[in-house]
Design a protein around this ligand. Structure first.
Ligand code: PLP
Length: 415
């Protein structure tokens, strides 16, 4: 008789993937959908990296579990600069996406998990799969939707006799904001022996081009997770990285052993191509990616704020949180963030995700939008030709963002 383990029987497919499927289905039925749901990079993988993949398509061997030596060497140099700590290639683990690597880190540690609310959709379900206890820390809009050192201190006091694992993510999904005070967080984490996974998958998409990491203040307790999914447009290639400080090498070795018994190694051609991703100069590509995303984020922030939605100006990546509570009255039809998203999708074709998917209370009318529904290749080409970008650029080259935003604003006016 089929019996599914109780703690996983109720787990649903990741909501970001579900919204994509629903949007595609509505599109095939002939409805115009503005896809502000799934957050994947709109930009193509740089051509030299794609060419490298083609050249290496014949490579067929299983590779070292940790990843190709040359790739790990480059990743260690990259993170030593970014994270201001001297990593060597032996501190790197390459895996099939940072999602899987974060999961293995959760699995390997006998820990309880501290999570900011809101936070990325997959951290909590991963903990639930392995029966790990979650301690939520509520964040506020006024704190940029990030945890404060005081809240972390209080939470740590309430967890006794257990290893504490904290996941931080800046620039952040779902809020698009940067953590305002990592130095203070580091101090509290250090004094309470908290181990941190610093999810830096959007680091290269910080609009100011800089990177502040908790590793700058607490490297010995920080594992940095990243990869090529967001800055290099290669989400579907499935290559992520973990960077361990020497102090956590024991944990690194255990995760490596689990990797050897589960995924073995990341696809060989992808790893050879990733060498190019980490060795070539991508500054023009990245400058233009940031410029475009910054321009769209600023446009959305102004348009949506003017229409009464409470939001913060995105600072990196391609997301923002929208609070509809001061303009939408709750009714029988709209009584939580899920029903709000359904109604807006149905009446305007504007697809977004309910804040409840990210740990925000269901009854709060807060949603997350991802602003990636445009032709990234064309936008990059045109951005490179322009001194500055403005609303006209969005209207011409990111038209679905422009139109979708207007649809939403007009719907708000009618309701
Ligand atoms: C905050 C955050 N972390 C991790 C990931 C997973 O990235 P990867 O493609 O490396 O598994 C995502 C993807 O959406 C993300 O938004």
């Amino acid at each position: 008789m089929l019996k599914i383990r109780e703690n996983i029987a109720k787990i649903k497919p990741s909501s970001t993937l579900t919204i994509n499927e629903v949007s595609k289905k509505l599109e095939t039925e002939g409805k115009k959908i503005y896809k502000f749901g799934l957050g994947q990079s709109p930009f193509p993988v740089p051509k030299i990296v794609v060419d490298e993949l083609k050249k290496n398509a014949f490579k067929k061997d299983y590779l070292n579990v940790s990843g190709l030596a040359e790739l790990r060497r480059l990743v260690s140099i990259y993170h030593s600069k970014k994270n201001k700590y001297s990593y060597s290639m032996d501190d790197i683990l390459i895996g099939p996406g940072s999602k899987e690597l974060i999961f293995l880190t959760q699995l390997a540690t006998e820990s309880e998990l501290i999570l900011p609310s809101p936070s990325w959709v997959s951290y909590a379900p991963q903990a639930k799969i392995i029966n790990k206890k979650i301690h939520w820390i509520q964040t506020l809009e006024k704190d940029n939707w990030h945890i404060t050192s005081q809240a972390l201190e209080n939470k740590c006091k309430s967890i006794t006799n257990k290893m504490k694992l904290l996941i931080l993510n800046s620039p952040n999904n779902p809020s698009g904001t940067i953590h305002p005070n990592l130095k203070k967080i580091a101090k509290v984490a250090k004094s309470n022996g908290v181990i941190i996974i610093s999810d830096e998958i959007y680091a290269e998409l910080n609009f100011n081009g800089l990177n502040e990491s908790i590793s700058h203040y607490y490297p010995e307790g920080t594992i940095v997770s990243s990869g090529i999914s967001k800055w290099c447009g290669a989400g579907g290639w499935r290559l992520g990285t973990l960077v361990f400080p020497k102090e956590l090498s024991k944990l690194h070795n255990v995760i490596r052993s689990i990797a050897s018994e589960t995924f073995t190694s990341v696809s060989a051609p992808i790893q050879f191509a990733a060498i190019k991703a980490y060795s070539a100069d991508h500054s023009d590509y990245l400058d233009n990616s940031r410029r475009i995303l910054n321009c769209i984020g600023t446009f959305l922030y102004h348009k949506l704020s003017e229409s009464g939605i409470k939001c913060r100006k995105p600072q990196g990546g391609f997301y923002m949180l929208c609070d509809f509570s001061s303009i939408i009255q709750k009714t029988n039809q709209i009584n939580d963030s899920q029903s709000l998203c359904e109604k807006i999708l149905d009446e305007t074709g504007f697809a977004m995700l309910p804040g409840s998917d990210f740990g925000i209370a269901e009854d709060q009318l807060i949603t997350r939008i991802a602003f990636v529904d445009f032709d990234g290749e064309k936008a990059l080409e045109m951005s490179a030709k322009k001194k500055s970008l403005d609303e006209k650029f969005i209207k011409e080259y990111c038209n679905k963002i422009y139109e979708g935003t207007n649809e939403l604003v007009n719907w708000l006016k009618r309701n």
